[in-house]
Design a protein around this ligand. Structure first.
Ligand code: HEM
Ligand code: HEM
Length: 182
């Protein structure tokens, strides 16, 4: 028993759907990123690279929808906890949302500077975010990789905090992101 039974303190179903779908999407995107061939000057966006762009642009679209949903639907009131924990959670969540948008944009800018046609769902051509051959667009590829690692570290801290709340503090935090038990 986690001392948790207030239905009103759960995230709504759409927020929960977004939350766990992102865990799945990001897991697949990282697996693709780490198995796709190295990208050099003149590499074409084929095979796993094109899957990385396909899923990456889908993640961007989903992230925009998720942020829009969050801006129009408040989170449930925070559980009682020390101020520093509440602040740490707010900062982490805010940073996660920012990275979910900025990271794919950087990948997109890098792809544009390589002269690749970036498409949403492989269908709708998106505008180039940087001119072909642009030095900053090429540089941003390395930053894209570094920020991806930053995202991984942050998600690791976030998941560790959730597990700490669940198993050590037993305060019902994890249940806020799960459907109510029948
Ligand atoms: C949240 C979504 C994304 C994640 C988590 C992600 C993650 C990564 C990671 C980890 C790498 C490094 C791969 C390695 O170690 O070799 C990478 C490289 C790359 N990604 Fe993404 N990516 C995302 C979205 C995108 C999008 C939307 C695009 C383009 C439309 C993109 C284009 C690229 C390119 C071109 C590289 C190679 C960069 C270079 O070598 O200079 N990524 N991505
Ligand atoms: C095993 C992995 C994960 C676990 C156990 C987990 C658990 C949780 C829990 C319990 C909450 C609710 C916190 C609260 O009530 O204050 C939460 C919120 C959140 N999680 Fe996760 N999470 C995981 C992975 C992820 C991933 C991959 C992302 C995306 C990058 C993410 C982004 C967020 C965000 C942005 C919030 C804040 C929601 C809001 O208030 O708007 N989480 N997570």
């Amino acid at each position: 028993m986690n001392g948790f039974s207030f239905a009103q303190q759960r995230y709504d179903a759409v927020s929960r759907f977004f939350h766990w779908t992102f865990l799945l999407l990001l897991t697949v995107e990282f697996l693709i990123a780490w198995t796709m061939p190295d990208i050099h000057k003149g590499t074409l966006p084929k095979g796993l690279i094109s899957w990385h762009l396909f899923l990456g642009t889908f993640i961007l679209a989903m992230a925009l929808l998720r942020v829009l949903w969050r801006l129009t639907h408040a989170a449930p009131a925070s559980l009682p906890m020390p101020h520093w924990q509440e602040l740490a959670a707010k900062i982490t969540h805010g940073l996660l949302y920012v990275i979910l948008i900025v990271l794919p944009l950087m990948g997109w800018a890098n792809a544009s500077s390589r002269g690749w046609d970036v498409k949403l769902l492989g269908l709708l051509s998106l505008p180039a975010l940087s001119p072909k051959g642009s030095p900053w667009g090429l540089e941003i590829g390395d930053i894209h990789q570094a920020v991806a690692i930053g995202l991984l570290v942050l998600v690791g801290l976030h998941a560790a905090a959730a597990i700490f709340h669940h198993w050590i503090l037993r305060d019902g935090t994890l249940a806020r992101m799960l459907p109510a038990k029948k």
